[in-house]
Design a protein around this ligand. Structure first.
Ligand code: AMP
Ligand code: ZN
Length: 469
């Protein structure tokens, strides 16, 4: 099946291939975190979807170049630094560090580049783009000294969001700080310095100030990936105004189509509402880890539903994630026992088919892909129950698993036990080495009480979740 995705721009499923069919190169730009607080699980749903996209494209043989920006200057970061009484860079650094720590915990592959909006190279690019937009009559400096994009001048403005400009006009909503814009929908490209900004300012031909959030992404995207990008992603809340504005700015400057394919993921909800900082209904990754869950369990819970479907975050969902991973772990262990150390032969492995990848080709249909995996587990487990699975077949399934696990990254690495459990497990292993079986049994009971099981195999102690725990 051909690779196809739902393009937000056309609202249609479209066949997708690289710009240059011979190059196999795909450039992806993904809107990254605004580092004014720790990212929450909702944000990570977007990043996990992008991770799945990248890994699947790579599994299909494409060379992906992915850029994710870090928004380290905007209204929220400035207010946060001011309230904390620390310089902006110090304030944002802690959240940048936390973001990478959390992303690693969820096994999200690193992007190739993480440009920061405050990097002088990109500030220069933003200023140069704004200059071009003014020269083309697409932007103007207002009485408040800020520079705004003139949306009326761009016939395509509103096409991504399927937005009618007249509706925007007729609402008559005028915020107190927008009094001097020509059109209510005109958005800021350059925000003139205000005393609340403190020492956060850069020089520009329009006076000291700072960039608007939208121009940051247009500048970093085109600086690093050129005038045209294959795929641009974000959450649905980014469609308007952020991505609409990115198109207006980038196409306004280059005159070329900015993005070939727009992909947006639906929200992660809590009790039917978007998980968000402002609603206060959010959990951070450490919050969920604090409840005894692991990074790979969060990964599973966030990846398992198609990215265009809303997903409710619940503790039952986390438990289901744990159970599903437990089923995979048990299956792998059984296959390894049956398969011994026979290595799967790639030539034979190809005969196992590509149903998993084919499902993902269809707009990342992860539910179908996982459905195929669990049906495979059910059938092979039954064959093993009946002693009908020979070692060579088991080895082939293991080899198939290794292939699809490049995309899923679900396998336990044993290093993700909660701290307390890891400590007890280590003590127990030592007690067994010292042949202190009474102590080792006591430690087994303690592990049991925490919901973990210690089994002694020929390869040493194995710690797994107790069924139903
Ligand atoms: P922000 O840091 O607010 O700019 O958001 C970073 C990314 O997370 C953006 O792509 C948002 O669209 C996305 N996002 C924010 N909240 C959610 C949510 N509840 N579910 C899914 N994605 C979200
Ligand atoms: Zn962006």
């Amino acid at each position: 099946m051909a690779l196809r995705f739902f393009n937000t721009y056309s609202r249609k499923l479209e066949e997708f291939g690289p710009r240059d069919p011979d190059s196999h190169k795909i450039d992806i730009y993904t809107c990254g975190p605004t580092v004014y607080s720790r990212a929450h699980v909702g944000n990570f749903r977007a990043y996990i979807f992008e991770d799945l996209l990248q890994r699947h494209l790579e599994a299909r043989g494409f060379k992906v170049h992915r850029v994710m920006n870090i928004t380290d200057v905007d209204d929220k970061t400035i207010v946060g630094a001011h309230e904390a009484g620390v310089p902006l860079t110090k304030f944002t650094q802690q959240f940048k560090d936390a973001f990478f720590k959390d992303a690693d915990m969820l096994r999200i592959k690193r992007a190739d580049e993480y440009p920061a909006a405050t990097d002088q190279r990109y500030i220069d690019k933003m200023i140069s783009m704004i200059g071009t937009l003014i020269a083309k009559g697409l932007a103007y400096q207002a009485d408040d000294k800020s520079v705004y994009f003139r949306i009326n001048k761009l016939p395509n403005y509103g096409k991504l969001a399927h937005f009618n400009l007249d509706e925007l006009q007729s609402t008559g909503r005028v915020k107190h700080d927008e009094y001097d814009k020509e059109h209510i929908g005109d958005f800021a490209l350059w925000k003139a310095w205000d005393k609340q900004d403190g020492d956060v300012k850069w020089d520009s031909p329009w006076g000291p100030g700072r960039p608007g959030w939208h121009i940051e992404c247009s500048a970093m995207a085109t600086a690093l990936l050129g005038d045209q990008i294959d795929i641009h992603c974000g959450g649905v809340d980014n469609i308007f105004p952020h991505h609409e504005a990115e198109i207006a700015q980038s196409e306004g400057v280059t005159g070329k189509q900015f993005v070939r394919m727009w992909l947006h993921c639906a929200h992660l909800l809590v009790d039917g509402q978007k998980m968000s900082k402002s609603l206060g209904n959010f959990y951070t990754i450490p919050d969920v880890l604090g409840k005894g869950y692991t990074g790979r369990e969060i990964r599973y819970a966030l990846i398992r539903v198609n990215y265009r479907t809303q997903l409710n975050f619940t503790w039952d969902g986390m438990k289901e994630a744990r159970e599903s991973l437990g089923r995979i772990d048990d299956w792998l262990e059984r296959l390894r026992e049956v398969g011994g150390d026979k290595k799967g032969n790639t030539k034979i492995e190809m005969q196992l088919g590509h149903e998993f990848e084919d499902a993902l080709d269809d707009d990342l249909n992860i539910s179908a892909a996982l459905g195929f995996l669990f049906e495979t587990i059910r059938q092979t487990n039954r064959a093993m129950d009946e002693s009908k699975l020979d070692g060579e077949t088991a080895a082939r399934w293991l080899s198939w698993w290794n292939r699809i696990n490049q995309v899923l990254d679900f396998e336990s690495d044993g290093a993700e036990l909660p701290e307390e459990v890891a400590k007890l497990a280590k003590e127990r292993a030592q007690a067994r080495l010292a042949k202190d079986f009474r102590k080792s049994d006591e430690l087994r009971d303690k592990l049991n009480a925490l919901g973990w099981e210690a089994r002694d195999t020929k390869d040493g102690q194995k710690i797994t979740r107790r069924a139903g725990a």
